[in-house]
Write a protein that binds this ligand. Structure first.
Ligand code: CP3
Length: 358
């Protein structure tokens, strides 16, 4: 412990060490674009089985590790996985995403929720994370993840994904006190869950506030940011050394505000130029991202140019190379392989690699 050479590359970069090249992983790197995943899905058609039977989830998490050796291996799971453990039944429907049969919309329902006890409701998470750590050793970094309070509340209140967020916004703007109670309860359980993931082996944890970009900046400051902070503060009290990443989809209008969340690393999407993101977030903040996932439909030359451009703009400190959001289901696997190979050949301590990309 403590010796840099024993600490995996992504974790070192996430902690702020200068490294020879940006570490690289991909959001949704396990999933439908991989044939191995689609084959296994035939054997286990239910998402809850795939993610909650530890052996299956381990195998899926390791599929991209075996194929591409990314610097980060993320646990195969979903942001709604902890909900049954606080009293909210859910399912994940093919092609649709999370479904909550009985959405939470009243004071009585919120009063009926209980704090998460991960050892009781999520024992498979321990098996998965411990096995992933044992499997990758020091060669890669194991990432955990959670949904943020606002994004989980969106699923819990709407009952499913939404385009307009009408139901939760109705609650936010007409009965804010009720929504604030729900957000507070979710925050405390999410913090418990992150701590549990770290205790079980997660070395970096990403929080997805996927739908916070649907809020105006002023409402983001009321309904999302304070609860992101609440989660991160609780985790930092007990686990100060674990780097925490924050992602919001469509965050271009929120970047400066995200800086106040307490996250160590901000995941940036492709609607912001990486050079602009660096300027807006300041020298102290580390960044992740931010290629358009659609770039992986382009030629190898195009993919390589975009990688070099992003890496040059991010500079040689505090950058985790990634897409700006999840890899798309129809992406050619060979292009994903090429993305990882190219990224792992970079050497940002040799400045000609970067200037050559200009
Ligand atoms: O990155 C990884 O490899 C880990 C896998 C992962 C999944 N869900 C597996 C999954 C992660 C990080 C998530 C997080 C998640 N889940 C988010 C936040 C990330 C984001 O995209 O902003 C959200 C919003 C969800 C909710 C959810 N679950 C959605 C929107 C969907 C997709 C619906 C669809 O079919 O397009 C799911 C289902 C889901 N979770 C899939 C995967 C691989 C696809 C279904 C399948 O493979 O059978």
């Amino acid at each position: 412990m403590g010796v840099s050479s024993n600490t995996p590359h992504l974790l070192r970069a996430a902690r702020g060490e200068v490294v020879s090249r940006p570490p690289v992983w991909m959001m949704r790197q396990a999933g439908r674009y991989m044939k191995a995943y689609r084959d296994l899905r035939e054997k286990y058609p239910s998402f809850r089985e795939r993610s909650e039977i530890a052996e299956v989830a381990i195998e899926i998490s390791l599929q991209p590790w075996k194929a591409f050796q990314p610097d980060g291996v993320i646990l195969f799971s979903d942001i709604v996985t902890p909900l049954p453990g606080i009293g909210i039944e859910m399912d994940i429907a093919e092609g649709k995403g999370p479904i909550i049969e009985n959405p939470i919309r009243t004071q009585e329902q919120i009063d009926g929720l209980h704090p998460l006890q991960p050892d009781e409701s999520l024992p498979f998470i321990k098996t998965i994370l411990q096995s992933l750590r044992a499997e990758v050793g020091n060669k890669s970094t194991v990432l955990g993840f959670v949904g943020a309070p606002w994004t989980l509340a969106a699923y819990v209140v709407e009952g499913k994904g939404s385009k307009t967020y009408s139901i939760i916004k109705n609650m936010a703007f007409s009965e804010p006190a009720i929504l604030h109670q729900l957000l507070a309860k979710l925050s405390d359980s999410i913090a418990t869950y992150i701590r549990y993931q770290i205790d079980c082996g997660a070395q970096v944890v990403q929080m997805f506030d996927s739908w916070a970009g649907q809020l105006s900046p002023q409402d983001y400051e009321t309904f999302a940011l304070p609860y992101q902070k609440r989660v991160f503060e609780q985790v930092k009290q007990t686990h100060p050394d674990t780097p925490l990443i924050l992602l919001i989809s469509g965050s271009a209008g929120l970047l400066e505000r995200m800086n106040k969340s307490g996250a160590d690393i901000i995941s940036v999407d492709w609607t912001v130029d990486m050079a602009d993101a660096r300027m807006r977030l300041g020298k102290e903040m580390k960044v992740q991202g931010n290629l358009d996932p659609g770039v992986l439909f382009g030629s190898q030359e195009f993919i390589r140019d975009r990688i070099h451009d992003t890496v040059r703009k991010a500079g040689n400190w505090g950058h985790i190379l990634n897409l700006g959001h999840g890899v798309l289901p129809t992406t050619p696997e060979e292009n994903v392989a090429f993305f990882f190979e190219t990224a792992k050949q970079l050497n940002t301590t040799r400045s000609e690699v970067l200037t050559a990309a200009k």
